[in-house]
Design a protein around this ligand. Structure first.
Ligand code: ZN
Length: 158
């Protein structure tokens, strides 16, 4: 605010080194992550910008003045061109590496899948065959699968 450098007065909290009182809280960004159920399978998609071959949930940043559930439905329409039922909240998870809060939803979607420009491929995976990674979106998928009697195997990704 006053152009003085920031200093770390407490762990992970950077404040103005002068007198203006500015604190850079660096709050995490809310992201909706959606377990999309489509014809009995889960839609897992690959983002064009990902180097690796892993497939993930449909995700998106919650927009200004938008509810997270509303965001989930919008992202499913934008990224897959599917129409969705009302989303059910699965849980809320930290994703420290990206400084995000993952808000996990499940919904059932109908229509014909057409990927938008962010995605280059998708897979339809049976709930019994889903693998999860030990991080935000993986926890959301796991927590949706467990009450249905499916115990997904956890995979490590570099
Ligand atoms: Zn200052």
């Amino acid at each position: 605010m006053c152009a003085a450098p920031l200093i770390e007065r407490r762990v992970d909290r950077h404040e103005c080194s002068a007198e203006c009182g500015f604190v850079n809280y660096d709050n995490p960004t809310p992201v909706a992550a959606v377990v999309v159920e489509y014809e009995g399978n889960i839609v897992l998609a690959h983002n064009r910008s990902w180097r690796n071959t892993f497939y993930g949930l449909i995700t998106g940043f919650v927009d200004h003045c938008e509810g997270a559930a509303e965001c989930a439905v919008r992202e499913v329409k934008e990224e897959l061109d599917l129409d969705a039922s009302a989303p059910t909240l699965i849980g809320v998870y930290p994703f420290e590496r990206m400084n995000q809060v993952i808000i996990g939803y499940h919904l059932t979607a109908t229509g014909t899948i057409t990927l938008n420009e962010e995605l280059d491929s998708f897979k339809l995976v049976s709930p019994k065959d889903c693998l999860v990674w030990p991080s935000g979106t993986g926890y959301a998928l796991r927590d949706w699968l467990l009450p249905l009697g499916f115990e997904p195997q956890t995979i490590e990704l570099s």
